[in-house]
Structures are given as C-alpha cells and as structure tokens.
Ligand binder design. Sequence first.
Ligand SMILES: [Fe+2]
Ligand SMILES: [Fe+2]
Length: 138
Amino acid sequence: MDVKQLLDRLNVALGWELRAVNMYAHYAANIRGINRLQLSPLFTTESNESLTHADIIRRAIVKLGGIPVTERNTHEIVHSVDFNEMLQFSLETETKAAEVYGEIMKLIGGGDQEMYDAVEQIYLAELRSIESLRLLMS
Ligand SMILES: [Fe+2]
Ligand SMILES: [Fe+2]
C-alpha cells in the first residue's frame, strides 16, 4: 500500500466532499417552483451525506498520519435556479466522487480492511446517487 499516494487521493476525495456540502446546500436553498417540494429535501440530504463522508475520510487521513485538507475542491460551484442544471451539476459531482473512491479502493487493496470497507460503503452511496440522478433526469 503506497501510503503517500493513498493520502493524496483521500485528500482529493475530502476536497470534493467539502465542495459537495456547499454545492448541495446552495441548491437546496435556491431551488424554485414546484420542484422545490421534492428537490430541496433531496439536496439537503445529499449535503448532509457529504458531511458524513467528509468526516469518515478526514479520520482515515489522520489514522494514516496525514493532514486533511481544510479547503474544498476549487471546481466552480455554478449558481443556478434551474433544476435541470442543478441535477446536471449534481451528476457531475457524484461522478467525480465515485471516480476518486474507485481509485482509493484500488490503492488500499488488501491493506487496511476496515478502511477499505468504509470507503466501499461511500463508493456505493455515490453510485446510488448517480443512478437516482440519472432516473430523475430521464
Ligand atoms: Fe460523498
Ligand atoms: Fe455523493
């Protein structure tokens, strides 16, 4: 297990989660019209889930002797009041997250089993989000 590379990827994942917390909270507050009824709670749930994921990853970084990032990923959070755009940017975010978690699982490999299981749970949650976003947009 290449710890340095793993720490680097975990910090990338943490940056994306910190960004997702903000992005989803922003969309939950800004969603307008009839879709607000369903999408505001959905975005709030995603924001909270991202906060939970960030906490798990942050603790994994500390466990490995690394320093967790404190800043979000700098990829722009685009303001919108259009729900289709919001869903599109959500899908983009979930796809990036799933990608990074897939890499992290490969890097952990046969190493820390507890960490692997925790990351796998997060990875599966991102995949579920991707699937439900795809259905919402179809
Ligand atoms: Fe996440
Ligand atoms: Fe997510």
